[in-house]
Design a protein around this ligand. Sequence first.
Ligand SMILES: *[C@@H]1O[C@H](CO)[C@@H](O)[C@H](O)[C@H]1NC(C)=O
Length: 272
Amino acid sequence: MELRCFRCWSVVLLLLFIPCGCQCISVHILNKQPVHAVPGSNLVLRAQIQHGPLDDIAMVTWEREPETGVAPETVTLATCPSRSFKCTSTRTNVHANWGQQETTLQINGYGDEDGGVYAVTLTDHKGTKTTAHCIVRIYEAVHHVSVSINVTHSTLICGEAWGTDPNFSWLYERVAITNTVGKVSKDGSVLYVTKTPFCGHFTCMVSNKLGYSSATYTAAPCEAEGRGTTAAVVCLVLLLLLFGGALAFLLWRRHRQSNRGQRLQDHLDDAI
Ligand SMILES: *[C@@H]1O[C@H](CO)[C@@H](O)[C@H](O)[C@H]1NC(C)=O
């Protein structure tokens, strides 16, 4: 039993070591990509290093190049030679670190010019290089929110230009959407309107870490509400007319009575 176990363990160990025979160094970036950095914030990129006991790493290098461009220029940001395990950076706002299992690059006060493809390279003592890349872009605020309608399908589509991680939410007459009004698609950008008749104000609100912006689609005014208001106005006008009429009538009657009184008085005076 023990012998069999020993054999299978040997096989497992052999399988593990065969592909690593020549090169066992690997590196991968732990940040979720692409990384979106808020302007002015501190950006930290972390890379995990794996290596066998024999593959000593001679150098860790952090570099950056623009994401687009005809002849992208590579800039070296930091180098960490294994002799000291200390990293030297080429910029004042850049700091790098190198431990046994991990290397990090920190950029303080992230700016527009810091975007690009970052590369971390491990060089072993034979000069063999292993590299991992990471795209870093600036975190953009929400821009240009708009709502369009697909009349045939009773759907409202919310659009946003280039904000990072936009979150969509819908309001009907400034109140969160309920099932009686409609259903929202999984990503939140489409509202399937179930409310009949299709009327009132539908607002799409788009937000992210930097703020929010909204747009409103105005459908036909809702019937019930419109009819109610009209009826109230008509009633008010009628009441006013009635009141005015009654007042006029009263005044006229009083005037006639006093006139008649005057005439009676005159009559009596004449008779005396
Ligand atoms: C409305 O939506 C349907 C289904 O998504 C689509 O096939 C159709 O082309 C859209 N119509 C317009 C005018 O966009």
